[in-house]
Write a protein that binds this ligand. Structure first.
Ligand code: GAP
Length: 504
């Protein structure tokens, strides 16, 4: 079996070959950590966005949408804390001149120890056979316990140092763990420095410093500064939420793992405004609601886990990640944060405008507390691509790559294939296409043998293939082939939409 790394390389190659995701500016050798979505990628992305929007806005009477601008007044980023505190701790290797994010470096170190634990478990499972009790082994085996302790100590010390901004002890930790640069192999490190992640540019005349604006590093601030505009014009009563999707930009230093960490990416965020003191209730509500959303797509539950933040962002009093098991391990897919009244109170102070809500039930005004859900759209695309990618050996010994997307997210839903290019079959297939294409993304394909056409549809994850054959010309029935099982059945043309809808 291919290693996870090889699998991941294959997925990236597949995404490019089949028009999901291309490296940006490829003919100029690309631009690091920036990607373009091709014809299937854009459909997948749109479907995820729509599935999120429906669940957050359409299905919640008390959540409304917003589309705020990317450029905002620069003081917003001062007020939000991003100018002073939105930075990563970086270290350079003096020999390779490579720059690394210290927290990522230490987390990678821990991930390697985690791999060692997994190897111990595998070895023991082989040794003990059926009588192997994994739970007992990992809680009692001295070597595993030692590894676990090492991970815990490392992460604890890292988080303490990050919280206290103790960069010198952070460097001592790297030295004590004898972490070497993967490129030069040496431990010749510079001191650790902070590096702000925001991109800046100028509005108007280049020369005037006062005209510096930032590309937003999160969509959330557009929601905060419009909180009263939306509340007043929608006559929303607390608790209520504002949702938006849109681009965000971060000058990520460790930009890698394909679309997992990009410099230009898209977020889907929702700020839920609540009465102070009720925020933990709503935090729990949204935590559950969001994990249910992920599971509703039919992805196995064990692919997800919650991970509480040990080091809280400057605005949060509680935070949890929903992690997904990507091909490179469990990583953050979505964050749920209890942001207190930090942002609104800061904007009130910096703008001099009241950011208060009059609560008619309490007959008093207050600055609401906020619970946020924030998921990266590109990261969700990667999660779905990773989940969907399957290589299967078929009964006849041949192989197929099939993208088993949840049908509701599949780029194209139905492929319409005339068996041969004659005897009226193409015309009949076009007729069926025009019946269905108002409601479903459909693709017509008449080129090559039917088997190859099925493979092409498998590779882009189309859940249903409709084949028009001789019998169709006689009785208006077609075969419908299901992507995952490859089973086929005969149904009437008039039934195609119902069958598809039921499965979607
Ligand atoms: N408003 C809160 C916020 O922005 P975050 O944890 O920094 O919180 C939220 O980001 C989500 O945005 C993450 O869970 C991730 O899915 C996505 N995200 C963050 N940085 C990203 C990047 N560089 N590339 C792709 N997605 C990213």
């Amino acid at each position: 079996m291919a290693s996870h790394e090889e699998q991941f390389k294959k997925l990236i190659a597949h995404a490019k070959e089949y028009g999901f995701i291309f490296p940006s500016s490829e003919i100029y050798d690309g631009l690091a950590a920036v990607y373009d979505y091709g014809q299937y990628g854009v459909e997948l992305k749109n479907n995820i966005r729509q599935y999120w929007w429906k669940s957050m806005v359409q299905m919640h009477e008390n959540v409304v949408g917003l589309d705020s601008a990317i450029f905002m007044h620069p003081t917003i980023w001062k007020a939000s804390g991003h100018v002073d505190a939105f930075s990563d701790p970086l270290i350079d290797n003096k020999d390779s001149k490579k720059r690394y994010r210290v927290d990522v470096m230490l987390e990678d170190y821990c991930a390697k120890i985690e791999d060692k634990i997994n190897k111990e478990v595998e070895k023991a499972a082989k040794r003990f056979g059926d009588s192997f009790d994994k739970e007992q082994f990992v809680t009692t085996n001295p070597r595993v316990l030692e590894y676990r302790q090492k991970i815990e100590n490392t992460l604890q010390r890292m988080n303490k140092n990050l919280t206290e901004n103790n960069l010198s002890d952070l460097k001592t930790l790297i030295e004590e763990l004898e972490i070497a640069c993967p490129v030069s192999g040496t431990r010749n490190w510079t001191d650790i420095r902070h590096f702000n992640l925001m991109f800046s540019t100028q509005i108007g005349s280049l020369a005037e410093d006062a005209n510096t604006v930032y590309l937003r590093p999160e969509t959330a601030q557009g929601i905060f500064v419009n909180f009263l505009n939306v509340q007043k014009t929608s006559r929303m009563k607390i608790p209520f939420g504002i949702a938006q999707t849109g681009k965000a930009f971060r000058n990520e230093i460790v930009a890698r793992q394909f679309v997992f960490r990009m410099r230009e990416f898209e977020q889907m965020e929702m700020q839920f405004f609540v009465r102070p003191g009720t925020e933990m209730e709503w935090y729990e509500y949204w935590k559950q609601s969001r994990i249910e959303w992920h599971k509703s797509l039919g992805i196995p539950a064990e692919k997800f886990r919650f991970h509480d933040h040990e080091k809280l962002a400057h605005y949060a009093n509680a935070a949890v990640d929903i992690q997904f098991e990507f091909m490179f391990g469990f990583r953050e897919l979505e964050g749920i944060h209890s942001r207190t009244d930090y942002d609104l109170a800061q904007h009130q102070e910096f703008s001099g405008k009241k950011m208060q809500y009059f609560d008619p039930d309490l007959n008093e005004s207050y600055v609401p507390y906020v619970v946020e859900t924030s998921i990266g759209l590109d990261r969700m695309c990667l999660a779905m691509l990773s989940h969907a990618y399957n290589e299967e050996v078929l009964e006849d010994g041949s192989t197929r790559v099939v993208m088993k997307f949840p049908p509701v997210l599949a780029p194209y839903k139905i492929a319409i294939l005339p068996l041969v290019k004659k005897d009226g079959m193409p015309e009949k297939a076009r007729e069926i296409m025009s019946l269905l294409q108002h409601d479903f993304m459909c693709q017509y394909d008449e080129k090559d043998a039917i088997g190859r056409r099925y493979r092409r549809q498998d590779a882009i994850g189309t859940p249903f293939c409709i084949t028009v054959d001789t019998q169709t010309m006689e009785d208006n029935t077609v075969t419908i082939r299901y992507r995952d099982t490859m089973q086929q059945e005969r149904i009437a043309i008039s039934e195609i939409a119902n069958v598809a809808r039921k499965n979607l």
